[in-house]
Design a protein around this ligand. Sequence first.
Ligand code: HEM
Length: 405
Amino acid sequence: MTEAPWSTDLHWPAELTPFDPFDTDIQRDPYAHYAWLRDHAPVIRAGQREAPLYIVSRFDDVTDTLRNARDFSSVPRRDIVIPGFLLNSDPPDHTRLRQSASRAFSPRAIAAAETVIARLITERWQPILAAGGGEVIGSFASPLTISVIATVLGIPVSQSETMRDWTTAIIDYVGMLFRGVPSATANDSALKAMLAYINAVFDDVDVEQGETVVANLARLRDEGVLSAEEAAGFACQLFMAGHETTTLLTGNCLDFLSVNPDIFESLRAPDTIPKFIDEMVRYRPPVHRLTRYTTCEVIIAGCSIPAGSSVRLLIASANRDPTKFSDPDRFDPKRKNASHAGFGYGIHMCIGSWLAKLEVRLMLETLVNTTATLEPEPRWPRQPLAGGAFATVGLHSLGLKVTSI
Ligand code: HEM
């Protein structure tokens, strides 16, 4: 058993700077770093000497850790847990919340919204097609995703832009709490406003009618299965967790297809789209790393990690591990082994992957039915997102030239 080496003490090849998870240049294209880490130093320390971050890069180590919720907690600090936030809870709270949440966020509730989602996609893609192209992240993927989540939740789409602004402010607020910024609690107004709004929607909803998530949550609250805070907090987290991630996946698909016209053509064949989406989440996952906190001393890849440490699990690196995926740097939409870590692993595995896949599938179906060609349009810069909220990686803006069928 050894101590994990510090990133800055390692003998990195000349073309790579020492790995730092907060370095935005590395975040934009981290795959060469990930490959070197998997080969040479599967557990390293980075960050401040007095409070190191342990970075884990191999598939088996990442997924074994995600499956071990006893030794690896998802609760950063007990005093700042927001009720109903599944992502930041441990069993037994997590088990109870997740069971009720799964009842509310059911495939039936999502399926009920499918026709509306397809219409929203057509409405938003048609103007881009008519104009011969445009910027497709801020003016297509992001507003589409927000209206889809609002529709599935059962919240008026007209309110979704405000909800998006609240979630941006809440992410900043939660980040400040986690970093221990003393003035953080003064910045909770967006969280209060969003919870108050969701509670007002709960009060108005007819729980006997319709299969929306909000109606289901209001029913669970009225039955006493969830507290009022938990029900509102869960709805709030669904909105936050599903928006940026799905926007980035949509952008990654469009970006990739615009420079791989042969793969775009191949999606016109039946049953090709679901496998394309799964491979995209493996190959270019919107979330690159997950965080856990050790509840006791643990050993990963022969390195000891003390209790109370913060462990960063590089799921995007796990997805390129050659011991798990053959020729991992090749995008292969016919790949047989699809059990990647892009939606997480273990008890916290993404509850919304169904919705994300449905939305992107419907979007790609609309494209192949209406669009002859997609190409990069240099008039709009292709800008990467830097330091996204959930360790997210993807595009902030992307210009495309398109032609109709
Ligand atoms: C491409 C889109 C998406 C990606 C890549 C993604 C990724 C992930 C990942 C990696 C986790 C695990 C977090 C952890 O273990 O700490 C997660 C959890 C979660 N996701 Fe997603 N997600 C996506 C879409 C969505 C959508 C659309 C929703 C809901 C509207 C959603 C809701 C959640 C929730 C509530 C959790 C927490 C589950 C738990 O802690 O038990 N996600 N997601």
